[in-house]
Design a protein around this ligand. Structure first.
Ligand code: SF4
Length: 270
């Protein structure tokens, strides 16, 4: 991309730990997912524990040390994102997705990445827990086509116990983002046995989502254990050891429950 005074946002620096191309999850069409480092929560089941610390870390991967985290400019990220431009268009609305971590932990970098993509005619999405001041969220909304917002539990105490923070700020932000009408808001719920997988807990979240203006869809994301080896690689305990992923029958039962109790389309998976 060419740099000039009008696109100085391309010089903004941030810290990422991965870029995944050709993803068919986390937004419409084919997507490039940029994973930003740093998260305010500490969910027990997190499948990207290397995302949580902002600091650059070393993780053992298949017996070899791997550096996790790289400082990079928006312009450099965009060089990779632009490589797949033709696929975004052909796949019907594909584009850039920001993930993490919590992208809003690096607000200027997240905003400028989204701005750069929109300026290049590429659609944007962001996975986020909305765990930030609303002014921070407001700064990214003009450049955000789709907000994939996690809501994990309606009970503040249980949210704090399993994720490290209470949920009031996130629920309040969900209401504000929905009321703004500035982006397509989709709600995503990681379904975690022992945390939120009972019919009552999922129904509570779904009924909250159903009341958010403009929200049409809710995704139920079944817990998986794919991140378990990373905890070993970081020298950390995996607190969900022994917890099994929900069965397909259980997920189907929850989907039916959501469909019967709300006006939302319910999708299993991302
Ligand atoms: S919010 Fe997401 S990235 Fe952050 S700790 Fe929880 S699961 Fe991990």
């Amino acid at each position: 991309m060419d740099f000039n005074a009008e696109n100085s946002y391309l010089n903004t620096k941030g810290r990422i730990f991965d870029i995944q191309r050709y993803s068919i999850h986390d937004g419409h069409g084919i997507r490039t997912i940029v994973f930003l480092k740093g998260c305010v929560l500490r969910c027990r089941w997190c499948c990207n524990p290397e995302s949580q610390e902002y600091a650059i870390q070393t993780m053992m991967v298949q017996g070899k040390p791997k550096t996790i985290g790289e400082d990079i400019t928006v312009g450099e990220v965009m060089e990779t994102v632009l490589k797949d431009r033709q696929y975004y268009r052909r796949s019907g609305g594909g584009g850039l997705t920001l993930s993490g971590g919590e992208s809003l932990c690096q607000p200027e970098f997240a905003r400028d990445l989204l701005h750069a993509a929109k300026s290049a005619g590429i659609t944007t999405a962001m996975e986020s827990m909305a765990c930030a001041r609303y002014e921070v969220i407001e700064s990214v909304l003009p450049y955000l086509d789709q907000y994939l917002m996690d809501i994990k539990h309606m009970n503040p105490a249980k949210h704090k116990e399993f994720c490290g923070r209470s949920n009031e700020l996130m629920l309040e932000n969900a209401r504000k983002v929905a009321a703004s009408g500035m982006t397509e808001l989709s709600i995503r719920v990681p379904v975690i046995p022992t945390f939120n997988d009972t019919p009552e807990e999922i129904k509570d979240i779904a009924q909250f989502a159903d009341k958010l203006p403009g929200v049409k869809r809710i995704h139920l994301l079944p817990y998986h254990r794919l991140g378990q080896d990373k905890y070993d690689g970081l020298g950390r305990d995996y607190l969900m050891r022994g917890i099994l992923p929900p069965t397909n029958e259980h997920m189907q039962m929850l989907k039916k429950l959501v469909t019967e109790n709300t006006n939302l389309e319910c999708i299993i998976g991302g």
